[in-house]
Design a protein around this ligand. Structure first.
Ligand SMILES: [Zn+2]
Length: 275
C-alpha cells in the first residue's frame, strides 16, 4: 500500500498569516515545525492503517519547508522545486491513495490564506465550469490516475470544499476560519491526534481504481487585464474576456501542465504596485 502526502503549508496547524508561510521569515521557521508535526501525525496514522510506503511531496512555495531531520523515519520525502506535476508529483507512480495535507480554499472565496497557485493575481479558477481550489484540481488529477483521496486537512472551509470534490475523504479541520488572516486554532498536539486518527481510518479506502482519461477545460481569472493578455500568448490559450483566459486539454495531466505554463507566464508579467 503506497500512499502519497501532498503537503501544502497554508492549511497547517496554527498558520494564519502571510509571514507564517513566507520562506526565510522567523515566523516561517517556527511554523515549519508545526507543519512537520502535522505531516508526522499523518505518516503515523497511514502506517497504523496498513500503508507500507509513504512519500511526502512538498507542495508549498519553494517546496523546501518540512524539516527532514524531524520526519518520521519510515517516510520518504520529495523536496525541492521544478517538478512536472508540481503539488502532485509522484501520483502517477502507482500510488494507492493520496492525502491533501495543509490545504486551503481557492482564490476568490473565504478561507485562511485562500488562493490558487498565485498569492493574489489569480482571482478565480474554474474546472469544467465549477469553481476550483487546488484541492479540486489535484483531486481530478488523482482520479485520472485511479488514486483515491483519503484525507484532507486544513481550515473548516477547506474541509467543506473537500466535501464537494472528494466526499469520501476524511476531513480534519485544524482551525476555524475567522477571516483570510485569522482563525481559531488548536494546538499541534491536539490536531496531531485528529490527523493521525483520520489517516489511520482513511486507509480503509486505499487501493487504486480504474482511472479514466477525459478532456477538461480550465478557465482562469486574473486581477488585471494585462495578465490575461500575457497568458493568452500560450498556444491554445484564449482570452475570452478582459481578465479571463480558458483552454481545453485532452486529459487532466495535460490541463495541469498548461495551467502551470499559464501561471508562470502571468507571474512574469506582474509589475510593482499596479500588478
Ligand atoms: Zn496551496
Amino acid at each position: 500500500m503506497r500512499i502519497m502526502i501532498s503537503a501544502d503549508m497554508e492549511g497547517a496547524s496554527g498558520v494564519t498569516w502571510t509571514a507564517d508561510v513566507q520562506v526565510g521569515t522567523d515566523e516561517w521557521q517556527r511554523f515549519r515545525k508545526m507543519f512537520t508535526s502535522d505531516v508526522n501525525a499523518c505518516v503515523a496514522g497511514l502506517f497504523a492503517g496498513g500503508a507500507t510506503d509513504v512519500l511526502v511531496n512538498e507542495a508549498h512555495s519553494s517546496q523546501r519547508n518540512i524539516l527532514l531531520e524531524d520526519l518520521d523515519t519510515r517516510a520518504r520525502m520529495l523536496t525541492g522545486r521544478h517538478k512536472p506535476l508540481s503539488m502532485m508529483q509522484g501520483v502517477d507512480t502507482g500510488m494507492d491513495g493520496v492525502v491533501f495535507l495543509g490545504y486551503h480554499t481557492g482564490a476568490g472565496v473565504e478561507g485562511v490564506l485562500s488562493h490558487t497557485y498565485l498569492p493574489n493575481q489569480i482571482t478565480g479558477v474554474w474546472l469544467d465550469g465549477v469553481h476550483a481550489s487546488e484541492g479540486r484540481l489535484n483531486a481530478a488529477l488523482a482520479a485520472e490516475h485511479g488514486v483515491p483521496v483519503l484525507v484532507v486537512t486544513g481550515d473548516d472551509l477547506t474541509c467543506e470544499d473537500a466535501g464537494s470534490y472528494a466526499p469520501e475523504a476524511r476531513p480534519v479541520a485544524v482551525k476555524e476560519c475567522v477571516s483570510r488572516y485569522a482563525a481559531i486554532c488548536l494546538p499541534p498536539t491536539v490536531t496531531a491526534t485528529a490527523i493521525e486518527e483520520a489517516s489511520r481510518a482513511g486507509m480503509a479506502r486505499a487501493g487504486r481504481f480504474a482511472g479514466s482519461v477525459s478532456g477538461h477545460r480550465i478557465e482562469v481569472e486574473f486581477d488585471a487585464a494585462h495578465l490575461a493578455a500575457a497568458a493568452a500568448v500560450v498556444p491554445t490559450v484564449e482570452q475570452f474576456d478582459v481578465r479571463r483566459v480558458g483552454f481545453d486539454a485532452e486529459s487532466m495531466t495535460e490541463a495541469m501542465k498548461a495551467f502551470k505554463v499559464v501561471t508562470a507566464i502571468a507571474s512574469g508579467a506582474v509589475e510593482g504596485n499596479y500588478g
